[in-house]
Design a protein around this ligand. Sequence first.
Ligand code: GDP
Length: 447
Amino acid sequence: MFENLSERLSGVFDRLTKQGALSDEDVKTALREVRVALLEADVSLPVARDFVKAVQDKATGQAVTRSITPGQQVVKIVHDELVHVLAGDPEADPGKLKIDNPPAPILMVGLQGSGKTTTTAKLAKRLKEKEGKRVLMASLDVNRPAAMEQLQILGTQIGVDTLPIVKGEDPVQIAKRAKTQASMGGYDVYMLDTAGRLHIDQELIAQAAAVRDVANPRETLLVVDGLTGQDAVNVATEFDDKIGVSGVVLTRMDGDGRGGAALSMRAITGKPIKFVGLGEKMDAIETFEPERIAGRILGMGDIVALVEKAQATIEAEQAEKMMKRFQKGRFNMNDLRMQLEQMLKMGGMEGIMGMMPGMGKLAAQAKDSGFEDKVIKQQIAMIQSMTKVERANPQILQASRKKRIAAGSGMEVADLNKLLKMHRQMSDMMKKMGKGGMLKQAMKGMF
Ligand code: GDP
C-alpha cells in the first residue's frame, strides 16, 4: 500500500535532504510537490491543503538545530503531520475493540463487495487467537443465501462457531437469536454481519438501524474498500450520519491503490481507522497504527529517528548545563528568559511553578496577580531589551538602565522592578534547592 505516494514523496525529500541550506523557496517548491503527490494519491483537496499548510507553518517557526540539515527537519515535520492526520484518538489503542461485558455485540456494516464477510471472519479469528475469546458469528444477509453460507464456510475454516441458518427469519429476528445463543452458550463476543447493497439506500439503512436498535452493539465497524479512494470516505460519512459507526476497517490495502482514503478518513469523518485488510487470507488483517503507516508512506525512518535523537540530545544538554549553573547559584536573565519561554509552552506560570517544590506560594501569587501568557510575553520583551552584559549581570541595573529597558519594551520601570524581584526570589530558591539536591528533582519534571 502507498507505494506510489511513498515513491513520490521520497523523491521530493531525497533532493531536499541533500541540500545544506534551504531557502523559503526550496521549502515551498517541495511542499507544492507534496501537495500534488497527495492529490494524486486521491487524498481529498481540503485535507491535502491543510496538510501542506500545517507543515509550512511548522517549518517556518522551527529553529534549526546544528546536527541535522533543514531538509531532515522538514522530513520530521512531514512525518509528524502524517501521524497527526492518520491518528484518531491518540489515547485509543487501534487494535482494541470494546468487548467487555460478555457477550459483546459487534455490528459489521458496509456495502456489498467491500469485504465485510471476509473481515468479520478475519476479526473473529483474531479475537479467538490473540485474545482467547469465544466468538459467535451470524450472517443477517437474508437476501443472499450464498452470503450466509460463505460465513458458515469461513467459520468452519477458522474454527469459529456460526449461528445455524434458519430460513424465513428477518435480520432482527436473527440478531435476537444470536444474542440469546451467545448468552446461553457462554460466548464473549457475537458478530453480526449485516446485508450489504451496491449503494446506500433507504432499505439498507433502515435494516441496519433496526438491527442496531435490538443488538445495542459495543462496536459498529464499517468495512470500506480502500481502493475506492474518496468514495470510501463518502460512504463512511454517510454510514456514520445514518447509523453511527465506532470505527472503520479499510480493506484491499494490499492492492496498488493510491491510499488516499486512509489519509482523508479521519480528517473528514472524524472516525478512526481501526484495521486494514491486506489480502484474501484469514490472517491478512492488521491494526492500523499511524506511526507505522506514516513510516511506510515516507520511508524515511532513519531521518525521523535521527532528528528525534538530535532534538532530545539538545534538550538534555541544555537542561544539564542549566542545572549545573543553578547549583552554583548562577541564574541570570538568559536563564529566566528560557524559563519563561518554557512556561509559555507548558501552560503558564501556574503550571510550571506548581511542579517545583517550594514554589506553590509563588504560583498562587502569580495567579492572583493575573499572571497570564500576556504578562509572560511582556517579561520576555523586557529581557530582550537588555544588553548582553545586563542579562548576564542583572545586578548592574541602575535607574538609567532600567528606564532605557522599560522604554525599549514599552513597559514601566515598576514592571521591570517586579521582574527583577521575581528573578531574585527564583535565584535564591535555586541556590537553596541546589544545596539540598532538590533542584535535580524539580528540574526532572520541567524538561
Ligand atoms: P462482502 O460482500 O462485503 O461481504 O465482501 P466479501 O467479504 O465477500 O469480499 C469480497 C471479495 O473481496 C472476496 O473475494 C474477498 O476475498 C476479497 N477481499 C476482502 N478483503 C480483502 C482484502 O483486504 N484484500 C484483498 N485483496 N481482497 C479482499
